[in-house]
Design a protein around this ligand. Structure first.
Ligand code: AMP
Length: 406
C-alpha cells in the first residue's frame, strides 16, 4: 500500500498533506510554497491550447482576467441556473455560458474564452488543478501517488461528490475517502488533543465562511450544527478596501486641474476595468501585509491615463483604517457563528466549546482573532496553520482508513 495524501481543494487555494512516520507534513511545490492557488490560465500558442496552473496562473489575472479561471469549486456539480453562476457573472471576468448540449443540467456550465475560441468546463479546470497537485506531490515525495482523501464543502455534497469523483478518476487518483472540510480540521486537532471534547471551526477563506460545532465521539466526530455563507470571504474584504481606495482617490482629485486642462469639481471616478482590477490586486496585498504590520503603502501606476498620464494612486493604509473598513464584514461572520451555536443548542442544549479552531487564510487577520476572543473567550486554537489544517486532517483520516484496511 502506497502513501496516502490528503487534498484540500479550496475555492481560492489548494494544499496537499501526508504523514511522515506518523507526523503530518505539507507537500511543497518546486518553489517551496505550501499553497497552490486554485487557478488555471488558458491560452493558445500556434493554435495549441496551453495551460498554466497555480501561482503562475494567478499572476496572469491582472493582465488577462478573461483567460484566468479561478474559484471553479463553486461550479462543480452545479447547474447554469444556480445562484452561484448569477453571482459569478456579476463579479468574475471569465465568461460562463449554458452548455445546450449537456446531457445533465448538473454539468451544463461552459467556460468560454472568446479570445482563443476555447470552451472548457468546471470539471476540466478541476482536472488541470488536480493533475498539477498530483505531479507536485509525486515530485516532492518521489513516488507515484494514487490513494487520496479529498475534502468536501459542508453543503451541497451529493452533486459535488459526483463531480469530484469524476475529476479524481480522470487524473488517475484512487479516492479512498471523502471528508467534510470541518471534519478534516477536527481530525487535525484531534491528532494533537486526545480525549473527549467539543470544538467549533471558524473557516473564513477567500470566498466563503463556515462555522461548525463538532463533538468528539468514538472513532471520529459528530456535527452538532453548522452555518455559513457561500459568498462572504476574503474577496469581500478586498472589494471593501478597493471601494475605500476609490473614494480616497476621488476626494484627493477634487477641484484640481489635470494635464487635460480640466478641473474636476467632484473629483475623478476611476471606471477602467483593467485599472480597477489592478487596484483590487493591490488591495489584497495591502490587506495581507497589514496582518503583520501597522501601516502599508498602496501604489498603482497610471490610474487615469487619458486625463493625466503622470498621475499615480499612492495611498497609505493603516491597520486601524482597514479594520474600520471591514467592520461590517467581520461582524457578519460573528453573527453567523452565534446563529450556528444557537441552532446547535436545539440538538444538544448543554454543550460547551473547548476550542475554537481558525481555518482559512482570511482568519489570519488579527482583528478577527481579537473579535473572536472577545466573543468566545480564550479558547482560540491557532497552532495548526489555517491554510494547512484541512489537508492535514485529510491525510490523518487517510492513514486511519488505510490502517483499518490492513
Ligand atoms: P483560503 O481560501 O483559505 O486560501 O483563503 C484565501 C483568503 O485569505 C484570501 O482572501 C486572502 O487574501 C486571505 N489571506 C491570506 N493570507 C492572509 C493574511 N495573512 N491576512 C489576511 N488575509 C489573508
Amino acid at each position: 500500500m502506497g502513501k496516502v495524501i490528503g487534498i484540500d481543494f479550496g475555492t481560492t487555494n489548494s494544499c496537499v498533506a501526508y504523514l511522515d512516520q506518523g507526523k503530518p507534513r505539507v507537500v511543497l511545490d518546486k518553489e517551496r510554497y505550501k499553497i497552490v492557488p486554485s487557478c488555471v490560465y488558458i491560452y493558445k500558442k500556434n493554435d495549441n491550447v496551453r495551460l498554466m496552473v497555480g501561482r503562475a496562473a494567478k499572476s496572469k489575472y491582472v493582465e488577462n482576467p478573461f483567460c484566468t479561471i479561478h474559484s471553479i469549486k463553486r461550479f462543480l456539480g452545479k447547474s447554469y441556473d444556480s445562484e452561484d453562476v448569477r453571482m459569478a457573472q456579476e463579479r468574475y471576468f471569465y465568461i460562463l455560458e449554458k452548455d445546450e448540449k449537456a446531457q445533465s443540467h448538473e454539468f451544463d456550465i461552459l467556460i468560454r474564452i472568446h479570445e482563443y475560441d476555447i470552451s472548457t468546463s468546471p470539471v476540466d479546470i478541476a482536472v488541470y488543478i488536480f493533475r498539477y497537485l498530483k505531479q507536485m506531490a509525486e515530485a516532492y515525495l518521489r513516488e507515484p501517488m494514487e490513494d487520496v482523501v479529498i475534502t468536501m464543502p459542508n453543503t451541497f455534497k451529493t452533486r459535488y461528490t459526483a463531480a469530484i469523483k469524476q475529476v479524481a478518476e480522470k487524473v488517475g487518483f484512487n479516492v479512498i475517502g471523502l471528508l467534510d472540510e470541518t471534519m478534516a480540521t477536527a481530525f487535525a486537532f484531534g491528532y494533537l488533543n486526545k480525549g473527549e471534547h467539543t470544538i467549533a471551526v471558524y473557516d473564513l477563506g477567500g470566498g466563503t465562511i463556515d462555522f461548525s460545532i463538532l463533538r468528539r465521539v468514538k472513532g471520529g466526530y459528530e456535527e452538532l450544527g453548522s452555518l455559513g455563507d457561500g459568498w462572504l470571504g476574503g474577496d469581500d474584504f478586498d472589494y471593501a478596501i478597493t471601494e475605500y481606495l476609490l473614494r480616497e482617490f476621488k476626494a484627493s482629485t477634487r477641484n484640481r486641474r489635470f494635464a487635460d486642462g480640466k478641473v474636476y469639481k467632484d473629483g475623478i471616478t476611476i471606471t477602467d476595468k483593467d485599472i480597477l482590477r489592478a487596484i483590487k490586486t493591490e488591495a489584497e496585498k495591502a490587506k495581507i501585509a497589514l496582518s503583520d504590520s501597522a501601516h502599508t503603502l498602496i501604489h498603482v501606476s497610471n490610474v487615469i491615463p487619458e486625463i493625466d498620464p503622470d498621475l499615480h494612486m499612492d495611498i497609505k493604509l493603516s491597520r486601524d483604517v482597514l479594520e474600520y473598513i471591514v467592520t461590517d464584514l467581520i461582524e457578519k461572520t460573528i453573527s453567523i457563528s452565534l446563529d450556528a451555536i444557537d441552532n446547535a443548542r436545539t440538538l444538544a442544549p448543554k454543550f460547551k466549546i473547548d476550542a475554537l479552531l481558525l481555518v482559512g487564510g482570511q482568519a489570519r487577520m488579527p482583528k478577527i482573532k481579537q473579535r473572536l476572543r472577545e466573543v468566545f473567550g480564550e479558547i482560540i486554537y491557532d497552532q495548526i496553520l489555517p491554510e494547512e489544517a484541512v489537508a492535514i486532517g485529510a491525510a490523518i483520516y487517510g492513514n486511519v482508513l488505510q490502517a483499518a484496511k490492513k
